[in-house]
Design a protein. Sequence first.
Length: 707
Amino acid sequence: MVSTVGEKTVVLGACPHDCPDTCAMLITVENGQATSVSGNPDHPFTRGTLCGKVSDYLDRVYSPDRVLYPMRRVGPKGSGQFERISWDAALDEITSRFQEIIAEYGAEAILPCSYLGHEGLLNGLTVGDAFFNRLGASISERTFCISGTSTAWLMTYGATHGTDPDTFSHSKYIILWGCNVLSTNVHLWPFIKEARQNGAKLVVIDPVRTKTATQADWHIPIRPGTDGAFALGLMHVIINENLIDADYVENYTVGFAELKERVSEFPPERVAEITGIPAGDIVTLAREYATTQPSVIRLGVALEKQAGGGQGIRAICCLPALVGAWRHLGGGMLQAPMWPFPIRWEVVHRPEFIKAGTRVVNQWQIGQTLTGEMNPPIKALFVYNCNPVTQAAEQDKIVAGLSREDLFTVVSEQFMTDTADYADILLPATTQVENLDLMFSWGHTYVTLNMPAIAPLGEAIPNIELFRRLATRMGFEEECFKLSDEQMAMEVLDWSAPALDGIDMDLLKTKGFAKLKIDLVPHAAGNFPTPSGKCEFLSSMAVDSNYVLPAFRQGCEEFQPGMPVDPLPTYTPQRESPISNPTLKERYPLSLLSAKPHQFINSCFANLPKHRKLQREPRVIVHPSDAAARGIVEGQLVKVFNDRGAFQVPAHVSDITRPGVVVAPLGYWRKLSHAANTVNAATSSAFADLGRVAAVGDSLVEVVSVN
């Protein structure tokens, strides 16, 4: 709590959403009601500002459309027709149905489904893991994003935070690779701006001329899915022209000779053919990057979402060590600096509850899971912190699966989402101003405390309380199900870890946040947390392509065997592209990208009037040459389709995208869209090469006008 004046109180908070910025917030409360939300000006990274998505957060809290009471479906599945019931009635029905399903099919017929609709350690991604592991349910593997990027990062550098974003202002050459900072990481921008004022050059590598790309000194419009080849081509130039930091390479890296041989296969002329970037530009970028220090690369999550995305990121990761960028303050690479947060995942997951051989089901393929043949079949689905109808692949299959009369679906939500429409039991969840939570970040190195500012509206409860109640109803006696919110907050972090030296709960309650104790130039002399202690061009950890981060599965360590992994970075073409799949190109000649919208966070906020007005209706961006070839004009309603499905949107004809590439923003709600479908109707459910991450950007489509 910051201050109290009369009846006005200012409470310390933190944004809960799936964003690298994890903003520190201040919530003003008057007479028990939150009256304003603002950024905490004392926070060194977010600096008192909130993005346009969250600046009107109270519109979400007090929306008349909030789900505030438990409800039971009374109409057909998908109709959104419900009646209010009591919490006792809701919990009784859930537990009795679960018990019936377990008795007939076994507990693996129950599947939890969650993601990062909330990012807190208490109420977020993993809040239900202990309950479902104790229940014996199928293990839910959650690899929508970052697992491929993180696997590549760990294979190269180990669990290091890399370049601290606070130091970007010291950089002289900044590459934003597949990262639209102004829409998805806006609080990094002031550090970039300061660096540019001091003479730094900003390069953006992205197939689309995004908001960020328009502000860059140089935008490189790369062909989708070819980033690995581009990075290998840059290294070819750097090595051949002897622009490497020979001392750094010799003393602090492993596998240079092998890397040199690999990149010899990627001269600029060949890379130009693959990427669509002129050979001269490849040479120029390589020279500038290598000779302008400190240089830093900000990796975007979108890079992993291709058939060869993981190895492409491996190739990019090799660049800073090759040129010695790690020697300098503000040099190196920023991936997701979450690694130094001393999170005790075992406290959340309780892996000791998992029975050997328990089935693992990946959520990206939930459409196949709900409509395909499984033994035992999925008979119950429990959804929280996610909206799979709009966020997972093969949307039509998901809807078909949720429409099954024999599927018992429970959804914990704040709003009547596309997924909630198919619930049998709908439960009311609190917003961030109504609950306690501890926040880590995947975009900066501050731990942040969120204090409850107001009492929960209606009968909404935090997710952590929901699973306590369910555990009690199921008769689970383990101590972990009896911990209060405050007790769990004390358990979930290792407060004795060096990163939390001098930081305790009292400090967080007073200040709201604290910076981890980390080295701002962590690899000036190597010291990488890899088996060799060095940057591994030739990875010693390339043993299993199916490695998945602990936070993204429910504590299960029994990985399914994956394909052998090349220990050297390589380039793998997309499965679906006009070049790599000419047969499919005959029917579907355009590459489809699903971009993050400026006003939504995935599907969060996509139902709120102000955000919908600012984001405008869903559109597909089509290059003028592709539009002309199809007789499509600005604003015309078009159908985007392939064998998996279709969606209808107006066309926006613009050269901000490459010829042959169409772009449709992700996150729009199905029931608020044309023809009740969104971009994920056409998205493939295939995985990329590392971490079983979703290969979202690997889809071909055709676009035709709708008469």
